[in-house]
Design a protein around this ligand. Structure first.
Ligand SMILES: [Zn+2]
Length: 54
């Protein structure tokens, strides 16, 4: 499993998130939750697109 994911928020903001985050990750622009921990990896929320794996 990769370490970072490039994701795009529903607001259009793109940012990198850690693939094994232990906390929820929020969009830096609008504050929407982009991903949350699901076991040993993160699960992106609905509306968030994974653009690529880094
Ligand atoms: Zn956003």
């Amino acid at each position: 499993m990769s370490k970072f994911l490039r994701v795009k928020c529903a607001c259009g903001n793109e940012q990198n998130i850690y693939g094994h985050a232990s906390r929820s990750v929020s969009c830096l622009v609008c504050g929407t939750a982009l991903a949350h921990p699901a076991g040993s990896r993160v699960e992106v929320t609905e509306g968030t697109k994974v653009l690529r794996v880094l």
